[in-house]
Write a protein that binds this ligand. Structure first.
Ligand code: ZN
Length: 150
């Protein structure tokens, strides 16, 4: 990967880490789940408002490192307005990206989520980046309220 691309990705992560999108509570959320990454101290609550199969609104609150916060900001931005099935597809692509590397998924299928491709070289950071996605999965599919990376 070129240095220029690294810089671009770095900017996206810094921007979303400092000014996270969808950083609020949804009082009348249909689903909510809590995500915890004890290794790093990342701890978020995720709120989802569904309209049938559509993710009408999604937001999060909590605290964590720049990677986890940027990932939560990028994830919520990416799945808002999508169907549950589309969000799952995106999670699968994102998971491949951060565990197997950017060469395995076309960047065009990821949009800004590709900014987190660099974490694949750092297993502990993969947990930071994936936490909010696992939390989303929980919010959508299980009754379990808290998801932990450990
Ligand atoms: Zn973290």
């Amino acid at each position: 990967m070129s240095t220029e691309l690294d810089d671009l990705y770095q900017d996206v992560i810094l921007d979303h880490g400092r000014k996270p999108r969808n950083f609020r509570v949804i009082a009348d959320a249909d689903r909510q789940a809590e995500g915890l990454n004890p290794l790093c101290g990342d701890h978020f609550k995720l709120y989802v408002k569904l309209d049938g199969d559509l993710i009408q609104d999604i937001a999060f609150e909590g605290s964590g490192c720049a990677i986890s916060k940027a990932s939560a900001s990028l994830m919520t931005s990416a799945v808002k307005g999508k169907t549950v099935a589309e969000a799952e597809q995106l999670f699968a692509r994102f998971h491949t990206l951060v565990t197997e590397g950017p060469g395995k998924v076309p960047a065009s299928e990821l949009g800004k989520l590709a900014a987190l491709s660099g974490v694949c070289e750092f297993p502990t950071r993969v947990k930071c980046a994936s936490l909010v996605w696992h939390t989303l999965n929980n919010a959508l599919h299980t009754q379990q309220k808290v998801v932990s990376t450990e």
